[in-house]
Design a protein around this ligand. Structure first.
Ligand code: B12
Ligand code: SF4
Ligand code: SF4
Length: 374
């Protein structure tokens, strides 16, 4: 007797290490499209202009592959325990998703292999395409429609009895498959813990995130100065932020990630030595230090900016000489201004000395930063 297609999908998924899997049709994600259009109309995407370029395309799996009849979605656990974060006067905090190896490098090849096996096993399947994060596609909405979970008020996809420490990925196929049932709508009930806990008040409403205020966006995606009124609110976070997931009661169910590549020992781990980061002299040294990890994303200039801000926030007095050097030697204005801001909080006399020179900086924002100190 032939195995039914969903059992086959589940078996193959498990063979490739994907123990959470669902299926939805290749139809456009119409509800999510409305939410995306509203979101962009408010300017909540910040400088991630690619999100607002063509919303109907992001909601349509056919953007990724011309013929799509089924979208197989998977969720990959990346949680692991860690000692309570301690800054100890020199460490910044890293979001959990980035502790080990870069998930794009790990999940995509496995999805490709899973896709090839699906194509071989499903009669009529000829085209297959896998995606994880970078593709123009609303991955959370696809996962919701495939029944993997539901949107939390923090906008993360929450898996019932598992939580939200999961990456998402998809395999698109040109054969029809029976869809798995949606998990239903709002499961947060009256809880609002994430909304109140966000250090920067990045949620204008439940289920809506203003990326302009989100620490994850500011420290990873934003290529520019971090607005001065938000800098101290970043606290110790030097790369990403987990606060709205750490407080979520569904994450009590978290269990250790089975994939060894996400272990903290495989990458930078939960905290970064800020002095080490501030001492990285050039792009080559930066690329060597963070090869294979998600921390390459903001480039050296972004990570140095973040490290300077975190250094002031945690009171890293030992960073003063390095910060002073960064105000002097950096070519990127927003690294100079972040370093000056940090210096001002750690050693006001030295900051004023540097401000005298930086009041003549070629960049208007750096000049303004310096003049405010004089
Ligand atoms: C841009 C982006 C960001 C931006 C914007 C995040 C955001 N909330 O939109 C920034 C840089 C801030 C970010 C941060 C993070 N991200 Co990100 N990000 C993306 C990316 C590339 C696109 C997301 C997007 O389209 N946003 C636009 C909004 C409108 O879409 P949406 O989040 O899907 O929101 C939907 C809901 O709001 C829903 N909706 C609206 N109203 C309502 C009301 C109800 C009742 C319901 C049910 C639904 C609903 O409809 C919207 C449209 O689908 C995706 C990958 C991808 N291609 O999808 C990863 C992705 C969402 N990110 C991911 C991760 C891991 C993170 C971080 C946890 C990383 C970190 N620790 O720093 C944080 C989480 C912050 C947070 N609370 O969301 C994972 C999320 C996994 C999960 N379990 O949810 C994804 C899926 C990447 C992946 N492949 O694993 N991210
Ligand atoms: S990731 Fe951090 S800053 Fe962003 S919404 Fe969640 S708690 Fe707020
Ligand atoms: S903290 Fe509460 S409101 Fe926020 S996502 Fe979790 S259950 Fe929903």
């Amino acid at each position: 007797m032939m195995t039914d297609p969903l059992t086959l999908v589940r078996e193959l998924a498990a063979r490739h290490g994907f123990d959470v899997v669902g299926v939805t049709s290749g139809a456009p994600l119409t509800d999510a499209l409305d939410a995306l259009v509203d979101w962009c109309a408010q300017g909540y995407e910040g400088s991630m202009g690619y999100l607002s370029r063509d919303p109907p395309q992001r909601a349509d799996p056919r953007t990724l592959q011309r013929e799509v009849r089924a979208v197989v979605t998977v969720a990959v656990n990346y949680w692991q325990s860690a000692p309570e974060f301690e800054a100890e006067g020199r460490y910044g905090r890293v979001a959990r998703y980035a502790w080990g190896r870069d998930y794009h490098d790990i999940v995509l090849p496995r999805l490709d292999a899973f896709g090839r096996d699906l194509r071989a096993a499903l009669p009529g399947a000829t085209k297959v395409r896998s995606a994880c994060d970078h593709s123009p596609f609303l991955e959370r909405a696809a996962a919701v429609r495939a029944g993997l979970g539901f949107f939390g008020k923090n906008t993360c996809l929450l898996l019932p009895r598992r939580g939200s420490w999961y990456f998402l990925g998809e395999v698109l196929l040109d054969v029809e498959l029976p869809a798995t049932a949606p998990a239903g709508a709002d499961h947060c009930g009256t809880c609002t813990d994430c909304l109140g806990a966000c250090p920067t008040d990045a949620f204008p409403a439940p289920f809506v995130l203003d990326a302009n205020r989100c620490i994850s966006y500011l420290t990873i995606e934003h290529p520019g100065a971090i607005p001065s009124e938000l800098r101290s609110k970043l606290g110790p976070w030097v790369f990403g932020c987990d606060v709205c997931q750490d407080v979520c009661p569904f994450n009590r169910f978290a269990s250790p990630a089975p994939w060894p590549e996400f272990a903290a020992s495989e990458g930078v781990g939960p905290r970064l030595d800020l002095l080490d980061v501030l001492a990285l002299e050039d792009d080559e040294a930066f690329a060597r230090r963070f090869a294979g990890t998600p921390l390459l994303r903001p480039r050296r200039r972004g990570l140095l900016r973040n490290a300077a801000i975190a250094a002031r926030n945690i009171g890293a007095d030992a960073a003063v000489p390095l910060l002073e050097r960064r105000t002097r030697e950096e070519s990127e204005p927003w690294v100079r201004s972040a370093a000056l801001w940090a210096l001002a909080g750690l050693d006001s006399a030295r900051a004023r000395q540097r401000a005298v020179a930086l009041a003549r900086d070629p960049d208007a924002e750096v000049r303004a930063e310096a003049e405010a100190l004089l």
